[in-house]
Write a protein that binds this ligand. Structure first.
Ligand code: TYD
Length: 199
């Protein structure tokens, strides 16, 4: 099973991924964690460039995310799935659609196609989208990286794009209300996971 977590910066996604992995460990479930960009030596180098470089054009940015993804899918995700391990991804294809495709304006359909090229068409079985209003997310974030300094309007577009994706693929996505307290959000995620694992 392949599960991804998505959300705008400040949605609490990172915290929820950690809490979920703690839960899996306690249950004795074997899993592989990947984060995007990153998770391979090449991917981690790309991550540093992407988060801290001065100037990157939107197209160059997209192609670097995709390069990191292609490497990660081939070297980490596919081998783990072949061993029937659970894979937990902190961001995956939908981040590129929402951030680069929609918010940066490169085109949602184009990014979906390029995602397919990079991943060979691999999609998560389940995607938790943690939804919070932009004001809430902005208030939570203290340390901002390059993409996060884009501001309110940018994040509003990212959120809108995610909400569109949830509507388009209601079977893959589970919308989680990230406005609730951490434990409530965590419990909801576990509940949805267990439902699917059994079903
Ligand atoms: P991430 O490390 O998940 O940051 P955080 O944990 O603070 O949410 O993501 C880093 C940034 O990269 C984030 O602003 C979203 C952005 N991003 C894209 O723009 N496109 C992508 O394809 C991916 C994977 C991430």
């Amino acid at each position: 099973m392949f599960i991804s977590f998505e959300g705008i910066d400040g949605s609490g996604k990172g915290t929820q991924v950690s809490l979920f992995m703690d839960y899996l460990s306690k249950k004795g479930v074997d899993f592989v964690y990947v984060r995007e960009p990153g998770s391979t030596p090449l991917g981690e180098q790309i991550r540093n460039i992407l988060l801290f470089s001065q100037e990157i054009t939107p197209k160059a940015e997209l192609l670097m995310f995709l390069a990191s993804r292609a490497q990660m899918v081939e070297r980490v995700v596919k081998p783990a799935l072949a061993l029937e391990k659970l894979v937990i991804a902190d961001r995956f294809i939908d981040s590129s659609v929402a951030y680069q495709g929609f918010a940066r304006g490169l085109g949602v359909e184009l990014v979906k196609k390029l995602n397919d090229f990079a991943t060979g068409g691999l999609k998560p079985d389940l995607t938790f989208y943690i939804d919070v209003p932009v004001e809430v997310a902005m208030a939570r974030k203290k340390h901002l990286d390059r993409i996060e300094t884009e501001g309110e309007e940018f994040l509003m577009k990212v959120r809108q794009a995610y909400l569109n994706l949830v509507k388009e693929e209601p079977k893959r996505f589970v919308l989680i209300d990230g406005n609730a307290d951490q434990l409530t959000v965590h419990r909801k995620i576990v509940e949805e996971f267990e439902k699917r694992r059994k079903g």
